[in-house]
Design a protein around this ligand. Structure first.
Ligand code: AMP
Length: 215
């Protein structure tokens, strides 16, 4: 089963993707996490990606497609995966389709977690992340057990540079210009499913599992 999560930055698609991965025993593949891991390790890819990420811009397709294809070609992805944050442009979607077609395979669903822009800006300012293990929290919706501290590794939590209000605005503009056209792209393929992302996290998840289990 191959699932793509669509939605504006901060729509909650990452949280839903992790829950899907756990329930259906498939890897959660996030290009943002891969970039951040590279950044932490100080790799050339990480340094290059940071230039774009800090500005709220997209990392160029060539770089992104390469790391994504490398990741999904690993053994643990043989039974499927849930993609979170990829594709973010039509060319990325086309490359993924081409590669899957070569393998006689295809994407099963593109699930759009739909949230209006007004809600997004409010939500993102409450996001907190652990730069050590990558865990993410929200001060209202998914608070850590101890305020400001990561449940997993005890590190202090931070507001990521790319979650700061000015960067969020920029990311929303980029989303509407470059990523939202994918809604049309997957609608034409007949695999787009939309869920109301303004609902409670559990309700959103039950809408998603309803879609997956029906097929
Ligand atoms: P995310 O954690 O998915 O919100 O991604 C954080 C940042 O990583 C984005 O704002 C982009 O700069 C970069 N990024 C992640 N995935 C992609 C992608 N598929 N294409 C281009 N840039 C990406």
């Amino acid at each position: 089963m191959k699932i793509i999560m669509l939605g504006a930055p901060g729509a909650g698609k990452g949280t839903q993707a992790k829950m899907i991965a756990e329930k259906y025993h498939i890897p959660h593949v996030s290009t943002g996490d891969i970039f951040r891991a590279n950044l932490k390790e100080g790799t050339p890819l990480g340094k290059k990606a940071k230039e774009y990420m800090d500005k709220g811009a997209l990392v160029p397709d060539e770089l992104t497609v390469e790391i994504l294809l490398d990741r999904v070609s690993r053994d643990d992805c043989a039974g499927g995966y849930v993609l979170d944050g990829f594709p973010r442009t039509i060319p990325q979607a086309e490359v993924l389709d081409e590669e899957l077609t070569k393998l006689g395979d295809h994407v099963d669903f593109a699930i759009d977690v739909d949230v209006p822009d007004e809600n997004i800006v409010r939500r993102m300012s409450g996001r907190r992340a652990c730069l050590k293990c990558g865990a993410t929290y929200h001060i209202e919706h998914i608070p850590p057990k101890k305020e400001g501290i990561c449940d997993n590794c005890g590190e202090p939590l931070v507001l990521r540079d790319d979650d700061k209000p000015e960067t969020v605005q920029k990311r929303l503009t980029v989303y509407h210009e470059q990523t939202a056209p994918l809604i049309d792209y997957y609608t034409k393929q007949g695999i787009l499913r939309t869920v109301d992302g303004t609902k409670d996290m559990k309700e959103v998840f039950s809408a998603i599992t309803g879609i997956i289990d029906q097929n």
